[in-house]
Structure formats: structure tokens, C-alpha cells
Design a binder for this molecule. Structure first.
Ligand code: ADP
Ligand code: MG
Length: 471
């Protein structure tokens, strides 16, 4: 099927061509013929399958037939709303005078209010802020002749069910509007909502596409978890990617890896699901603009975001859910380009490997660091303790002033955001043995209590005493 077969307007076709999309994706091919006819649809399809264009084209085509028609798109998070708004702007580029407003929380009302008052053809927003506008009467929900719920399951996960219900109750009857619902899963809750507020929707399910990972160069390294980070440094040095995403299984690991990469001079940042919206958005924008080279993220944080077209994907941890392996590495090698995906298999997550290989019907080729010319790279973050939020400890004004006094020429950009472990009286250069020797020799360096000493240091301590008394 071709986009031409859908009899779209010249405005839409021009935009599609400008984006270089040659063929509709599967979900577009299946849903657009139904949605363009005006019928309600309920669509189950995975992230990255091209759903946005389905509802945007449906909305634009309706508008071009009836310039009074107004559309509403509800999305679960601010950054998704912003992403949809961006797509809507770029795909409506050739529609003259088309106005889009975006409504989300965390920012002031005034600019959004101005948008409403100037009049809009399409409102994109998150439930909370939309409800605010509904309550204040600034947006009349009866105006919308086409309504889209994007990522419905996620909205319910986030507790927006009552808000969604309330919005629907304020709309015109379902027979007098077109309603489209998109979701990764069609759970009971999603179906209930569809039953209550939609008009005999056509149900379209797009099966997860055949796993195609053939275009991607996959590599796997076996490594102990304690050596993983230095292997990562070697890999990054050799590959030197312009853009990469590194996946970890936990938030803590994401923060740690990102912080250590920064200390080692990489333009890296972490992305987490529960980060403040504004910070996530800012991080994402910096990455898209090329100001960041590396994003370190969990699967949850990366879900639903358009971070693709990457040169390199690293599975720092093997995903525990085998489908995520394909989602992760699928972010490289889009649109026929070649990409690379490197997986680090350590003792903690190795059990996830077999299900992945079964799922993708292939063994991931195993490489050995010394055989593929990987050099060892000095890890500048070695031995440094990273705080859970990736920041320095209690960065109070007093501390900053203190630091200024002690630090020579602080270089802001390279200033590592680390915390040296509290109460550890050891400097990197001075080993436990040195200190004890000095203590014993009477050159009292500092009092050391056993509780200050890490397990491996304790071991060293005992062997030191053993040797001492053996003498
Ligand atoms: P979903 O909402 O299903 O997760 P999106 O609509 O965000 O997916 O689309 C995922 C990516 O695919 C986007 O980068 C989008 O620009 C791209 N895309 C959408 N439709 C096409 C197409 N027909 N051809 C090529 N790329 C497309
Ligand atoms: Mg989407």
C-alpha cells in the first residue's frame, strides 16, 4: 500500500513527502482507511509503530473538509503532549492558518490561556491541565468533533481514569463526534471506557511485527559486573559514537553510569521515569540538539519517547523482559540505516540472555575484548562514590564556598558530580596498610574505627595483622 491509495489532501501528502515517508506503517495501513471514513477506532499497537500519524492525518483531513471542526488529543505526560504538538505542527505545515494549542501542567497558565483565547483548531494536552481548563470554562469540550486518547493504558496506570471520564462526560454525545483510542494493551479498563464513551468502535490490533533485528550489528561481551564499566569505557573509546543510548535495568544504575561517564569526560545524562517533567524534557531536547552524546535510561524512561536513529545502543544490563531487547536495539538502524547494539552480559542478568536468543531466533555473536582490539581506558571515576541522584552531597552554599576555597581553578564543565564516601579517612593514595603502619609507628594520621572500613578493606586489615604477628 502507498500513501497515495488513501486519497489524502495535497496538504497532507506534501507533509508526508517532506518527511520522506515512502510507505505507511502497518498500523497506518490498517487504521487510516477506517478512521478517515469517520468511524470510531480502538487501536492496540506497540510503541514506535507510527500511531501519531494515524490520528493526526485523520484530524487534518476532517479539518480540511470542515474548517469549523475542532480536535482534542489527550496524552498521559507532558513530554508526550509536546512531542505530539511538534509532530502536529510539522505535519500541518501546509495547512494555512492551522492553530494548535498545547496544555500541560508544571508551567503557568497565562500563555496557554492566550492560546485558547486566540482560538485553536487542535488542543493537545495532559488530563490534569485540560480538566483545569474545563473547570474554569475556558475550553468548551462540546466543541470537539474529534477526540483522541493516546496511550490510554498508560493514562490509567497513572490514575487518570476519573479525569478521562469527567472529560468525556463534558463532551457532546459519542454519535456526534469521532473518538479514537490508542493503547499498547486493550485491558478491561480500556475496553470499559471504550464501551461507555465510544460509538461502536472498530477494533484494530497490530501484532508485534516479526522481530527484525537483521539490519543491526549485534555484539555480546561476557564480563563480570565489577568490570562492566571499564569495558564500557573501552567500547565507547573504540566506537566513538555521535549518539548513543545506554540501557540499564534500574534507575540507580542509570544515575551511576551517567555520572561516571560524565566524570570520564562524556557528554552524558540519565533519563528516568519519575524525573521532574521539565528536566526530562530538557534532557531530551539537549540530546536531540546534539548537546549530549549519551543518554542513560531505563526501559520505562525511554518508553514512548522518540529517541531513535541512534548510532549505538548499549545494553549495559541484559533486559529482564526479552521483548525489551528488541525495543531497545530497535532504536538504532531505523529506516534502513545500519546500527550497532552491544550487550554486556554479567553474572547478575545473564539469565535473561536465553529467552532473548530464543525470541530473536539467533545467537548474539560473542566477542572478547582482547580479540577485537579494545584498549583499556583509565577510569577517572574509579573508587568514587556516586550519590543516588547523581549530585554532590548537600550542595549548600556553605559547602560551595568551602569548596571554592580548597579547589584550585574549578572547571565547571568537568567538575565531577560525585561524593567521596563520608567518614572514610582514606585518601586514594594511602592504603589501609600505610595508614596502620603510620599509626603503629606513632605518626598518628587519623583515628580509624572498624565501622569506617569497607568489607574488602577489612579483609586487607586482617591479612595485614596476620602478617604483622607472623613476623
Ligand atoms: P507510536 O506512537 O506508535 O509509538 P510514533 O507515531 O511516535 O509511534 O512513530 C514512531 C516513529 O516512526 C517516528 O519517528 C515517526 O516519525 C516514524 N514514522 C511514522 N510513520 C512513518 C512512516 N510511514 N514511514 C517512516 N517512518 C514513520
Ligand atoms: Mg505514540
Amino acid at each position: 500500500m502507498d500513501f497515495n491509495d488513501l486519497w489524502l489532501s495535497k496538504e497532507s501528502m506534501d507533509a508526508i513527502n517532506k518527511h520522506g515517508f515512502s510507505k505507511p506503517t502497518e498500523v497506518q495501513e490498517k487504521v487510516l482507511p477506517v478512521s478517515l471514513s469517520g468511524r470510531d477506532v480502538m487501536v492496540q499497537s506497540k510503541t514506535g509503530s507510527g500511531k501519531t500519524l494515524v490520528f493526526l492525518l485523520t484530524i487534518f483531513e476532517q479539518y480540511l473538509k470542515n474548517r469549523d471542526s475542532k480536535a482534542l488529543i489527550v496524552a498521559p505526560t507532558r513530554e508526550l503532549a509536546v512531542q505530539i504538538e511538534e509532530d502536529a505542527k510539522s505535519f500541518s505545515e501546509f495547512i494555512e492558518g492551522y492553530r494548535i494549542g498545547c496544555f500541560y501542567g508544571g508551567v503557568g497558565y497565562s500563555r496557554q490561556l492566550e492560546e485558547v483565547e486566540e482560538g485553536i483548531n487542535l488542543a493537545v494536552g495532559t488530563p490534569g491541565r485540560l480538566i483545569d481548563f474545563l473547570k474554569s470554562g475556558k475550553i468548551n469540550f462540546k466543541d470537539f468533533s474529534i477526540v483522541v486518547l493516546d496511550e490510554a493504558d498508560r493514562m490509567f496506570d497513572m490514575g487518570f481514569y476519573p479525569d478521562i471520564e469527567r472529560m468525556f462526560r463534558s463532551m457532546r454525545p459519542s454519535q456526534e463526534r469521532q473518538t479514537m483510542l490508542f493503547s499498547a494493551t486493550l485491558s478491561v479498563k480500556v475496553r470499559n471506557l471504550a464501551w461507555a464513551f465510544m460509538n461502536d468502535p472498530a477494533e484494530v490490533e497490530v501484532r508485534p511485527e516479526e522481530v527484525t533485528v537483521k539490519e543491526i550489528t549485534q555484539e555480546l561481551f561476557h564480563v563480570t559486573s565489577s568490570e562492566k564499566f571499564s569495558l564500557l569505557l573501552s567500547l565507547l573509546k573504540k566506537i566513538g559514537p555521535e549518539s548513543a543510548i545506554i540501557f540499564t535495568n534500574t534507575k540507580d544504575a542509570a544515575v551511576e553510569v551517567a555520572s561516571r561517564l560524565k566524570i570520564n569526560g562524556y557528554k552524558a545524562a540519565f533519563l528516568m521515569g519519575d524525573m521532574a517533567q521539565s528536566r526530562r524534557l530538557e534532557t531530551l531536547e539537549r540530546f536531540k540538539a546534539g548537546k549530549l552524546t549519551i543518554l542513560v535510561a531505563t526501559d520505562v524512561a525511554a518508553r514512548g519517547l522518540q529517541i531513535d536513529d541512534l548510532e549505538l545502543v548499549v545494553n549495559y544490563d541484559i533486559p529482564e523482559d526479552y521483548e525489551n531487547y528488541v525495543h531497545r536495539i530497535g532504536r538504532t538502524a531505523r529506516a534502513g540505516k545500519s546500527g550497532k547494539a552491544v550487550t554486556l552480559a554479567d553474572e547478575e542478568y545473564i539469565y535473561g540472555l536465553e529467552p532473548i536468543e530464543e525470541y530473536i531466533h539467533m545467537k548474539i555473536p560473542v566477542l572478547w575484548p582482547d580479540e577485537c582490539g579494545l584498549e583499556e581506558v583509565e577510569d577517572k571515576s574509579k573508587g568514587l562514590k556516586i550519590r543516588k541522584d547523581g549530585r554532590r552531597p548537600s550542595d549548600t552554599r556553605k559547602n560551595k564556598v568551602e569548596r571554592k576555597k580548597t579547589e584550585k581553578k574549578p572547571n565547571r564543565k568537568q567538575k565531577p558530580q560525585i561524593q567521596k564516601k563520608k567518614n572514610v579517612p582514606l585518601k586514594k593514595e594511602a592504603s589501609m596498610e600505610d595508614i596502620l603502619k603510620k599509626e603503629i609507628e606513632g605518626k598518628n594520621v587519623r583515628k580509624v574505627s572498624l565501622s569506617d572500613v569497607k568489607a574488602e578493606e577489612k579483609k586487607g586489615l586482617f591479612s595485614f595483622f596476620k602478617r604483622l604477628f607472623a613476623k
